[in-house]
Ligand binder design. Structure first.
Ligand code: ADP
Length: 517
């Protein structure tokens, strides 16, 4: 028996044999597929495969031994990994590839293959050892992930395109509108302004963008009240509506601007931005002023001759001979009543112009409010016999205010209730004390007012479109009512449903000026 010894090793044929069998068993038991190919034989055939390799490929040992590894690729020969393997074998190098292999039954599996050359003592490559793992699951997961990523990328691209389109769309509107627009960030710095803004204020983009709103153009927007409103937009989402600014603007002179500001949000893109729309209403205000001037002059000019005419008509009535015929008497009477009507129309116009020029003055004196109300209703009832005007409740006997003006308010409300009730003949007036206010309501069952119109009827000269032709009037009455009530520190409002009727109510504070005790 061959054997030799030295200090560290003891080799014998039996022990080598035992070690070899042990190693073979270990490799056989490995869960990695292992093959050995013999590089010294033509076409580098497989000379060893373990059980895991058989399981992985579905072939049995005697179908494997003697073949070149390429049989595992079947017809799938175009893979670049094959070239990598071929080069590694030719150059005798290590290599690792992930290659598509096919089992005996033809199903694809991904083989992660480690190939290592074995060299003899002269450096010639004698064998290759291939260790492989089936990584099909991992590959599939990778591929699924890739597909998912690609589809996600496509979705992102699509979304970006849609957002870009909608941004372009918005931007074209933003640039085209005939109103100056500013967009601010939450710190009130200007993010952008539109063309109209640049043209109106004769400034450049560089002078505006990035600046604080309040620093723009000589601090022209540094107005405490505006500041307070704008700063409330983001926390409360309340817009600033119709805020008027009169200012000497650096490049464009004295102007009146109307400001509206809103919070804007574009889902996914940005939030917490403020859009300010600025409208130059200088010309509109000027036209209104001229109209008011004209109204004031015209009504004053008309009032004087009319007063004279009224005097003459009164004289005619007074000096009318007993014997004058009835026709003549009737004509004079009618003239008198038309002159009276003209007089009250001109009176209304004068009221408006007085209000407009701030010349409305209250002559406040204590008077019995309830008596005033009941008397006014009675007067209306007498003049409109076909109506049934009910009155109930009580408020105060001692109120300090302008009695004549308040009579006018009640009269206006009652005459509207009558005028706009062509098919109903009932009106209900109620007065009461609510906390430290007196309250009066006038309810009719007439044509009612749409929600849209309710917002405007207190404006001067506003009349509801579809009824203008059928009912005489100038759209002044409610305007005067509101001004008078406001002057007394009170509030007037309407509740109404179209086709069902309206209730106009007003309240007047009692305590404000110690009106009642
Ligand atoms: P005028 O009656 O002269 O038109 P007002 O200022 O008194 O002017 O009223 C403004 C508008 O409000 C009216 O034209 C009418 O359309 C509407 N309106 C006022 N009161 C009533 C009411 N009681 N019922 C229905 N509509 C009313």
């Amino acid at each position: 028996m061959d054997s030799f010894t030295n200090e560290n090793f003891s080799f014998s044929h039996e022990s080598l044999q035992r070690d070899f069998e042990l190693l073979t068993k270990a490799v056989d038991a490995s869960i990695s597929g292992v093959i050995i190919t013999d590089n010294q034989q033509p076409d580098n055939p497989i000379i060893y495969c373990n059980a895991a390799f058989e399981r992985m490929t579905g072939y049995v040992r005697n179908e494997i031994i003697g073949r070149n590894c390429r049989f595992l690729q079947k017809e799938d020969r175009g893979q670049k990994e094959r070239k990598i393997l071929k080069d590694a074998i030719a150059e005798g190098k290590h290599s690792v590839v992930e290659i598509r292999n096919y089992t005996k039954s033809g199903s694809l599996f991904w083989n992660e293959l480690y190939l290592s050359p074995i060299k003899d003592e002269k450096g010639n490559i004698t064998y290759f050892i291939g260790v492989q793992h089936d990584v099909t699951q991992r590959k599939k997961a990778e591929q699924d992930l890739k597909q998912e990523q690609q589809s996600l990328e496509r979705k992102v691209e699509e979304r970006t395109r849609v957002i870009k389109e909608s941004e372009e769309y918005l931007s074209s509107i933003y640039q085209t509108v005939r109103e100056s627009l500013i967009v601010l960030d939450p710190e009130f710095k200007v993010l952008s302004v539109n063309e109209h803004f640049l043209r109106t204020f004769k400034v450049s983009t560089a002078e505006t963008e990035g600046q604080l709103l309040y620093d723009l153009g000589n601090g022209q927007w540094d107005i405490p009240k505006l500041k307070e409103l704008v700063e409330q937009i983001l926390p409360t989402s309340n817009p600033v509506e119709n805020f008027e600014v009169e200012h000497d603007f650096p490049q464009i002179g004295h102007k009146t601007m109307l400001l509206n500001a809103y919070r804007i949000e574009l889902e996914g893109q940005y939030k917490d931005r403020i859009l300010i729309a600025i409208e130059d209403i200088t010309d509109r205000r000027e036209i209104e002023r001229r109209k008011d001037d004209f109204l004031s002059i015209a009504s004053h000019e008309l009032k004087t001759p009319l007063t004279t005419i009224k005097g003459y008509v009164q004289m005619m009535e007074r000096f009318m001979p007993e014997a004058a015929d009835d026709k003549f008497k009737n004509i004079v009477k009618k003239t008198g009543s038309y002159v009276e009507r003209l007089n009250s129309l001109i009176g209304e116009l004068l009221d408006v112009s007085r209000i407009q020029t701030g010349k409305i003055e209250l002559h406040k004196e204590p008077f019995d409010f309830d008596k005033m109300l009941y008397d006014t209703v009675e007067g209306m009832q007498t003049a409109n016999k076909e109506f049934d005007i009910e009155i109930s409740g009580k408020s105060v006997n001692n109120y300090v205010g302008d009695e004549l003006q308040l009579v006018q308010v009640v009269n206006n409300l009652l005459s509207n209730a009558i005028k706009y009730s062509p098919n109903a003949h009932k009106i209900v007036v109620h007065t009461s004390l609510v906390s430290d206010f007196l309250k009066v309501s006038v309810t009719d069952y007439g044509m009612g007012i749409s929600i849209e119109d309710q917002k405007n009827i207190f404006e001067r000269f506003y009349r509801v479109g579809d009824i203008q032709q059928h009912f005489p009037g100038m759209g002044i009455g409610l305007y005067v009512c509101e001004q008078v009530i406001k002057k007394h520190g009170g509030t007037i409002w309407v509740e109404s449903e179209k086709g069902k009727g309206s209730t106009f109510s007003f309240t007047l504070p009692l305590n404000e000026r110690k009106n009642d005790e």
